[in-house]
Ligand binder design. Structure first.
Ligand code: FAD
Ligand code: NA0
Length: 426
């Protein structure tokens, strides 16, 4: 590409956006002349969903809160499946750590790699992209950006390429159910779930049968919920649940605090948490450039699940806009559950081949082990130890199993014996 005046707009400084910046930085290190790159990030720091905040609803600028993560979240997949080949967990932490780290440890690892490569200077924080339109005549894009702290829409900027890396787990999908508006308890979406201890002693109904429902059911139980019912539409999760968690077919209606289910049964509940997934939402994209897809492994309209093909425009890239097993490394390769693992492994292998990426990222063995461990015992799978595909070393076991560990701080994770005992809940 001729680099004269070529400008690239990257939208979002989460793991996807940072992988794009990382790859540009690699090119620079190889002596390539780079186009001008500007990454706009609406939050005040990098990390996307991994940057935790207790905020819900709208932020101090009146923008929808991006975060969907909650206190007490541990990785739901083995870290060995998202490890970067050039920056292993051992390198970052200087020692072997368990396979399922808490959120703060994963965030620390990501920040370590991004800092090592000095990627921050490309990012304009607290700048939200409001509009992207393609100009036929000049073959470029007009991008409207607002400086949030100054409450000021900036003069329109022109870019030759647009990379959309805004994630797709932030805008909740909120289905309606008969009687839900009259429910006498409280209804929230998992996007706004922050602290499971609010549900201590309560009867909780979760709608949905995927990762959010699975993990929030365990979190609620861990923090003392009286019982949890998960209600499914297509298929139950089917795990061997602890006795206080059960599954029922989809609810049909709600009357007061009584919920009726398809099988004719009913239950009284205090809270309903809609774990019903998220919408792909790109409100800033011009209609003809806007990806519209459900959460699938290979979205329609994207060549190699990355490059926009609509209307012959191939100057828009969507990074990470697919349902993911391989999260971080999938974004990096840029360049029915178990079947899904193999499908995405093949896809990764193809990307690696096409881009001459220097590493083999096949973590399918660890993914299949993980799926088996979850089937064996959903409450204890996070105590399993996987081996790094890059160092070959086996992870260390967690100091305390997930269901009994109530301090998720990075400090405690790294030095479990140094924490004051009043931090430990018994
Ligand atoms: P995001 O992390 O969502 O980052 C997108 C960024 O774009 C954000 O910083 C946002 O502020 C910014 N942005 C959005 N709109 C604009 C705009 N208009 N202008 C400027 N900036 C904008 N993955 C795992 O591998 N392991 C896990 O354990 C795991 N747990 C998860 C738990 C939850 C509850 C959720 C919801 C997801 C989890 N994930 C997990 C998946 C997670 O989505 C990915 O790990 C990763 O965060 C995706 O990165 P991303 O950069 O594509 O999106
Ligand atoms: P997610 O579970 O939030 O994970 C997102 C679920 O919602 C499906 O079961 C779907 O049912 C159901 N659903 C949708 N509409 C419904 C309706 N009208 N009535 C009943 N049920 C409905 O979302 P999805 O999309 O997986 O499932 C939606 C991401 O968050 C994942 O990538 C996951 O990895 C991540 N996450 C990670 C963690 C941890 O790491 C925790 C939570 C979430 P159906 O019928 O379509 O099957 C700990």
């Amino acid at each position: 590409m001729s680099t004269d005046k070529v400008r690239v707009c990257v939208i979002g400084a989460g793991p996807s956006g940072l992988s794009v910046l990382y790859q540009f930085n690699q090119l620079k290190a190889q002596g390539e002349q780079l186009p001008e790159i500007v990454c706009f990030e609406k939050q005040s720091d990098w990390g996307g969903l991994w940057k935790f905040s207790n905020e819900t609803g709208t932020d101090k600028y009146g923008e929808p809160v991006h975060g969907s993560m909650y206190q007490g979240l541990w990785s739901n997949g083995p870290k060995e499946c998202l490890e970067f080949p050039d920056y292993t967990f051992d390198e970052h932490f200087g020692k072997t750590i368990p396979s399922y780290p808490p959120r703060d440890a994963i965030y620390d690892y990501l920040k370590g790699r991004w800092t090592k490569h000095d990627l921050r200077h490309w990012i304009r924080f607290e700048h939200i992209v409001q509009q992207v339109t393609f100009n036929e005549a000049t073959n470029d894009f007009s991008v409207v950006v607002k400086n949030l702290p100054e409450d000021r829409v900036l003069p329109v900027e022109t870019f030759n390429y647009v990379v959309v890396a805004v994630g797709h787990f932030s805008v909740p999908n909120v289905p309606d159910f008969p009687g839900i508006d009259q429910f006498s308890g409280r209804v929230i979406h998992s996007h706004d779930f922050r602290d499971a201890s609010h549900f201590e002693g309560k009867r909780v109904l979760l709608v949905g049968a995927s990762y959010s429902a699975e993990d929030i059911a365990l979190q609620c139980l861990k923090y003392g919920a009286k019982n949890v019912i998960c209600t499914w539409r297509t298929n139950p999760m089917g795990f061997k649940w602890p006795s206080q968690i059960s599954e029922r077919p989809l609810l049909t209606k709600i009357n007061g605090n009584t919920v009726q289910f398809r099988d004719g049964s009913s239950a009284e509940v205090d809270y309903i948490i809609l774990c019903t997934g998220y919408q792909f939402s790109y409100p800033f994209m011009e209609e003809r450039l806007c990806l519209k897809t459900p959460n699938v492994l290979y979205p329609e309209g994207l060549y190699k699940a990355i490059m926009w093909t609509g209307g012959g425009n191939n100057k828009v890239l969507y990074i990470g806009a697919l349902d993911q097993f391989y999260t971080f490394t999938l974004m990096e390769a840029l360049k029915a559950h178990d079947d899904g693992i193999d499908f995405q492994t093949d896809y990764m292998t193809d990307l690696v081949k096409q881009t001459s990426y220097a590493y083999n990222l096949d973590a399918s063995a660890a993914f299949h082990d993980w799926a088996e461990f979850k089937k064996e015992d959903i409450a204890t799978y996070r105590s399993q130890c996987h081996s790094s595909i890059f160092t070959g070393k086996k992870s260390s076991p967690p100091n305390t199993p997930f269901m009994h560990e109530f301090d998720d701080s990075l400090q405690h994770f790294l030095n479990p014996n140094q924490m004051p005992t009043d931090k430990l809940r018994v």
